[in-house]
Design a binder for this molecule. Structure first.
Ligand code: MG
Length: 231
């Protein structure tokens, strides 16, 4: 089985520090143009799309070169500014990642973050990025729905075996995580440690929705059962 973890609101929270680092990067690159994320879909969004929306709103260039410049500058800023104190691992998240490895699952990331900032955040939360040897990231698709096939392909090339979508579980905190799982025939566990309630995640179509990831053995048992059934 393959388990793919979202980052923000699922494995950890940076309590606004990630968003602040992005805003400061816009200001450092372009000056004070009144940058704000008001009206921009942040939770569950892809960093490249967030960047594009911000550029369009402020009349800035959206070339790949401009994007690379932003991605590099934001990565450097987050690496320099994000502290361990600001980065809170969500209850049970690290234990679940370890338990998933212990029971032989392939474990990766599926996140709207860029790969570099994904690893910065996870590290600051006290979780080793080596626990996620592959993933799909926020500049690798036009929408979140493009990411599961990429993550599955990378898992397959990492382990040299097949991972059918029906034995792939995506764990995330927003309806976008549920949507990208369902659109690709994957299973989804919704966790209410982000902006959405458990009920909202149920309503969005999560196969299982929990308040936190604290019940490690229940979650592992559930994953084993549904993925065995799928094979
Ligand atoms: Mg999230």
């Amino acid at each position: 089985m393959l388990i793919l973890f979202d980052i923000d609101g699922t494995l950890l929270r940076t309590e606004g520090a990630g968003v602040r680092a992005m805003l400061e990067t816009f200001r450092a690159l372009h000056g004070e143009l009144g940058f704000s994320f008001e009206g921009v879909q942040m939770a569950g969004g892809l960093d490249r799309l967030i960047w594009t929306q911000m550029c369009m709103r402020h009349g800035l260039e959206t070339s790949s070169h401009a994007h690379m410049q932003f991605r590099t500058a934001y990565g450097e800023r987050l690496h320099a500014d994000l502290t361990v104190e600001q980065t809170r691992a969500m209850p049970g998240a690290a234990d679940l990642v370890h338990a998933a490895h212990a029971c032989g699952a392939a474990v990766g990331l599926l996140t709207g973050n860029y790969e570099h900032t994904a690893h910065v955040k996870v590290t600051r939360a006290g979780i080793s990025p080596t626990l996620f040897p592959f993933g799909a990231f926020g500049d690798e698709g036009a929408t979140r729905r493009d990411l599961p096939p990429l993550a599955i392909a990378r898992a397959e090339s990492h382990f040299s075996r097949k991972f059918p979508p029906a034995s792939t579980v995506i764990i995330g905190d927003t309806p976008m995580d549920v949507d990208c799982a369902k659109a690709n025939g994957c299973l989804c566990i919704g966790v209410a440690t982000g902006p959405m309630s458990r009920q909202e995640l149920v309503d969005a179509g999560a196969d299982l929705a929990v308040e936190t990831l604290a019940e490690t053995s229940m979650l592992i048992e559930w994953i084993k059962q549904v993925t065995v059934r799928a094979v």
